[in-house]
Ligand binder design. Sequence first.
Ligand code: FAD
Length: 500
Amino acid sequence: MMDNGYDYDVVVVGGGPCGSTISTLVAMQGHRVLLLEKERFPRYQIGESLLPSTVHGICRILGVEEDLRRANFMPKRGGTFRWGANPEPWTFSFGLSSKFAGDAATAYQVERMRFDQILLDNARRKGVEVREETSVVDVLVDADTDRVNGVLLSGPDGVRREVRSRFVVDASGNKSRIHTRVGGQRRYSEFFRNLALFGYFEGGKRLPAPNRGNILAVAFDAGWFWYIPLTDELTSVGAVLMPEALDRAQGDREKALLDLIQQCPMIAEYLSDARRVTEGPYGEIRVRKDYSYIQEKFWRPGLVLAGDAACFIDPVFSSGVHLATYSALLAARSINTVLRGGEVDETTCFEEFEVRYRREYARFHDFLVAFYDMHQDENSYFWKAKKVTNNVASEVESFVELVGGGSSNEAALVSPANGGRRGAAYQELAEMVAQPVQEAGEDRDLLRSTLARSVSKEGTRIQIQAELGESTDENIPVRDGGLVPSTDGLHWSTPPQPAG
Ligand code: FAD
């Protein structure tokens, strides 16, 4: 137990992309983090198509870019859509936006069993204590202060135990059993009330080069299909059904999926020589209600919701892992700032997290409402993206920025090559923080706290500040009295005062 009566600074519930990201970014600051995951990894999860903001932004800060390269995931240059009034498929590439030019123009299609394992292993390497097969049953609340101060867990032996911490993060996804403890309700969208039915195929066709790794989305009368090439052989195929077509998913799942494929000529053609995988983790045909929702509150003292535990939006633009990992970064900044102590109070820090997370969610939500109007063509969708994001760039660039996860003007979400010198500084700093933790062995606790102190030293801040200047967009708060990312990218700061 720590001398302040807590066992840990932070307990993170859930080891998906959100939980791994937040726990790593907090542990990188030398804080004690316990991550509790219900399953034993690798475990199956849907959500296989990633955005550049995750691959070249968050994964770079986490220090897993090289691990991802070695994993040989399918490169994804963009998306191909048979959608809207245009009867012909149309394609966009991430490289159309200056934010994702060069190497950063390619994201990945990932098998989530492998991707989530990479992030969780990395969390361990960066000092997070990870316990798998450990389920959180409830949060603990201090009766005097009403502050959440720990969790009740059930370990592999089935025995229930209490663990105390200064913060609890709910990153346990859409099935979270503790999200209600934050207060308020989960509000379901009236508009997006779909159902997904999905399985895996071997031997499906590929789009012609250079787009063979693109996600293919094809609308048909009952909804739309995703077609995601995971390897040369393996394809993830799912039908997303509108509420009025839900009866087509009734009965035998295999028959329902195969029938739906036949109702969508382009997907039927792509799968004409393919066979359905019937064994192993990809052998099951699964159903998910992908209803969109958002919790009325994202935090209360001691408890914060991030990733799918807080909100989820329709999967057509593959924004789930982006929202999960970006919200993890925002929440990590709030926790790191409070744990460091000093100028900014807890309420202001967590309000900043919530405002920014809601903004990013709202951008996708508002755009998607227009995107589901099938009577428009792609130029009208691009125009809508520009409007929703209030972007000065062209219509098509605004669209690509949005669907690549780059609309928030966060240097943390783009590669150093496209984020300017500030992006490069993030990378340098992430490497500085990460390196000794990997090498420290037995003494790593001591080294971590020494390192965290040295990184937050005023000298380092001033040096980076001088290097970067103060004129980037990031230094403009998104609301009155709001905060901006610190120079190390992992805390909040009060914005610099305008000169004169
Ligand atoms: P999760 O990935 O759900 O991780 C939560 C973890 O918490 C799990 O490992 C779970 O075992 C654990 N857990 C749960 N309860 C407890 C507990 N009580 N105690 C301890 N651990 C617990 N996103 C994309 O980016 N691209 C896509 O192409 C895409 N396609 C999708 C298609 C469909 C049909 C749907 C429904 C979603 C799709 N998504 C996609 C969204 C994506 O699946 C999620 O947004 C993403 O997985 C959220 O990450 P997370 O870390 O918040 O939660």
